[in-house]
Ligand binder design. Structure first.
Ligand SMILES: NC(=O)c1ccc[n+]([C@@H]2O[C@H](COP(=O)([O-])OP(=O)(O)OC[C@H]3O[C@@H](n4cnc5c(N)ncnc54)[C@H](OP(=O)(O)O)[C@@H]3O)[C@@H](O)[C@H]2O)c1
Length: 256
């Protein structure tokens, strides 16, 4: 049985393809979103309960391989899963979509950490934070000098915005370029802060920023880990097919 570490558009596409083929698989979600879109596979939500919980999960289920299709910035789950798979001799693959690259008309400034955003954004600016609510603690210095922060999130907040001069905006993507452009114009956005997530699903905000001539402060990807990796859903599904052949070869006594 394949373990699909999910939480991205690509994971949903893989789940759909596996379900269509009747492939035995279980998907897991961190539980970061209260009402996630359902996956067409048996799904466990809410994390494993740390490293010990993950090891116990692998013992309790007949997991024969791990396909990690988590977000490029979800580095803890990826590092841990790859390391434990290696310990246990389980086949493991990360699906990591390519980074975004700036094109003509883009005004991007690259940063390595959230606390570097403030040096690129003028005092008094209205800033659209597309980095997720969990990143807010890193922007404490951005929330100074009269800047107004607007942080988009999926779930209704259960606590007030952590800074006095900011607010949450509820919304679940995908959004079109026109929707993003209208939103940024209506809110009077002066600059965006974005994680270099890559992929097409959340790229419309970058096109909208380009159309409006807005600067984008781009948080760089964490350093890549030295693990088996592909970039596309098609490659990940080919790897899954290859596993089936390897296992059939082993069962028939052939060369693995
Ligand atoms: N980071 C982002 O910007 C971002 C953006 C969009 C979507 N996501 C998705 O949101 C989830 C959480 O992201 P994160 O950055 O908080 O991850 P993380 O820091 O790498 O992982 C934090 C903890 O969340 C649990 N977890 C993460 N992914 C899981 C999965 N697919 N299945 C089961 N448990 C999982 C694990 O909890 P236990 O220790 O209890 O096992 C893990 O220790 C990920 O699945 C990711 O794909 C993240």
């Amino acid at each position: 049985m394949l373990l699909l570490l999910a939480g991205t558009t690509e994971a949903r596409q893989i789940a759909r393809a596996l379900a269509d083929r009747g492939h035995r698989a279980i998907a897991t979600l961190a539980g970061a979103t209260r009402a996630p879109q359902t996956l067409p596979l048996p799904t466990q939500r809410g994390g494993f309960g740390g490293e010990a919980g993950f090891r116990a999960f692998l013992q309790q289920h007949p997991i024969s391989a791990i396909l990690d299709a988590t977000h490029p910035f979800a580095t803890r789950i990826t590092e841990r899963s790859a390391r434990i798979a290696r310990d246990l001799g389980l086949p493991y693959l990360q699906l990591l979509r390519p980074e975004w690259r700036p094109g003509p008309g883009d005004r991007w400034m690259m940063i390595a950490r959230e606390d570097q955003a403030a040096r690129h954004i003028a005092p008094g600016a209205t800033v659209f934070l597309a980095t997720g609510r969990q990143s807010l603690p890193g922007f404490a210095n951005l929330a100074t000098d009269g800047r107004r922060l607007i942080c988009r999130r999926i779930d209704a907040p259960r606590a007030p915005f952590p800074y006095p001069n900011g607010e949450y905006l509820l919304g679940r993507g995908p959004f079109t370029v026109a929707q993003e452009r209208d939103l940024f114009a209506r809110l009077g956005v002066d600059a965006l802060v974005v994680k270099n997530a890559g992929g097409t699903g959340s790229a419309p905000k970058l096109e909208a920023a380009r159309a409006l001539g807005l600067p984008v402060v781009m948080l760089a990807r964490p350093d890549p880990l030295d693990i088996a990796r592909v970039e596309t859903v098609a490659e990940a599904l080919a790897w899954v097919r290859g596993l089936g052949r390897t296992q059939a070869g082993r069962a028939a006594g052939g060369t693995p």
